[in-house]
Design a protein around this ligand. Structure first.
Ligand code: PBG
Length: 340
């Protein structure tokens, strides 16, 4: 049967009809709101490249979570800006680390909120890499002034696992509900699972940033979290943007190692990877609409080149339609407001 018997426009005539046949819906419960926690008190410092996103001291972070919760967004993910950085990421695993402090405060002051802890070392390392760096001796001191070429340094995989595991246990101890490793070291999900279990946190789930690509879209985040590598880049651990089949292997391995949930990151430029992961795996699937995706929409909207709210909702619904049920997004609060 074809035209004129068939007219697809019949079901598009009114908003009530469109709503009746809508295939994909967004709900605030599926959003996760990222927060950047910093030392101090009463601090609310806007990130230059991310309008409406702030570095927050612990007291301000608690207020922010209260507001987020009121809007129906039940989950936040914490990133930390430590007091100081070193070569072993002490700020990541110290029990009085900034994220640990924030988690304790949020969990004791806000009810029914899920606190996720991003587990990575880059924000806490003096060099800004996600793992321990081995450098040629002569370039150690000169690292910041004269960036060594690729051959001059290496991100050590296995020694980094111990620090990631230690960080995860410390976060769980401070009340973090879900451990979310984003470092992309091989074997880290297994190492973290074993360490959590050994410390008595066998009920703490792992949301693995399983397919995380080496992306230019992380630019504004690195400003927000002060985590730009001082030399080189992240291509020896994060994935090549060209690789779909490798993404499936990364995810399969993380599942084998004990991941409870998996993530694809970034989101919009990788909708095909999200869709493929949804087809192939049955774990809850998350996607991270990253800082650059957010910043592009904000920047275009500021120029009146696009309708911000409309593009925001369209981008979120497309991530959901591709198959992600959980969306980490800086739009969480604004989108929840529009959905209310
Ligand atoms: C830590 C981490 C990054 C992001 C989340 N966790 C930055 C990076 O890998 O450089 C990016 C999030 C965003 O851009 O919004 N490794």
């Amino acid at each position: 049967m074809a035209f004129p018997e068939n007219r697809l426009r019949r079901l598009r005539r009114t908003e009530t009809l469109r709503s009746l046949v809508r295939e994909t819906r967004l709900t605030p419960e599926n959003f996760v709101y990222p927060l950047f926690v910093c030392p101090g008190k009463g601090i609310r410092k806007e990130v230059r490249s991310m309008p409406g996103v702030f570095n927050l001291s612990v007291d301000e972070a608690v207020k922010e979570v209260r507001e987020t919760r009121k809007l129906g967004v039940l989950s936040v993910i914490l990133f930390g800006l430590p007091e100081s950085k070193d070569e072993v990421a002490t700020g990541a695993w110290a029990d009085d680390g900034i994220v640990q402090q924030a988690a304790r405060a949020i969990k004791s002051e806000v009810r029914d909120v899920i606190v996720m802890g991003d587990v990575c070392l880059c924000e806490y390392m003096s060099h800004g890499h996600c793992g321990i760096v081995a450098t040629a001796p002569q370039s150690l001191g000169a690292a910041a002034a004269a960036p060594p070429v690729t051959a001059d340094y290496e991100i050590l995989n296995d020694p980094s696992l111990e620090l990631l595991a230690r960080t995860s246990v410390s976060l769980a101890r401070s009340g973090v509900d879900i451990i979310a490793p984003s470092d992309m070291m091989d074997g880290r999900v297994g190492a973290i699972r074993a360490a959590l279990d050994k410390a008595g946190y066998e009920n703490t789930p792992i949301l693995s940033y399983a397919a995380k690509f080496a992306s230019g879209f992380y630019g504004p985040f690195r400003e927000a979290a002060d985590s730009t590598p001082h030399f080189g880049d992240r291509r020896s651990y994060q994935m090549d943007p060209a690789n779909m089949r490798e993404a499936m292997r990364e995810i399969a391995l993380d599942i084998e190692e004990g991941a409870d949930m998996i993530m694809v990151k970034p989101a919009l430029p990788y909708l095909d990877v999200i869709a493929a992961a949804r087809e192939r795996f049955d774990l809850p699937l998350a996607a991270y609409q990253v800082s650059g995706e957010f910043a592009m929409i904000e920047a275009a909207a500021r120029n009146n080149w696009i309708d911000r709210d409309r593009v925001m909702m369209e981008s979120l619904v497309s991530i959901r339609r591709a198959g992600a049920s959980i969306i980490l997004t800086y739009f969480a609060k604004d989108a929840a407001r529009l959905l209310a």
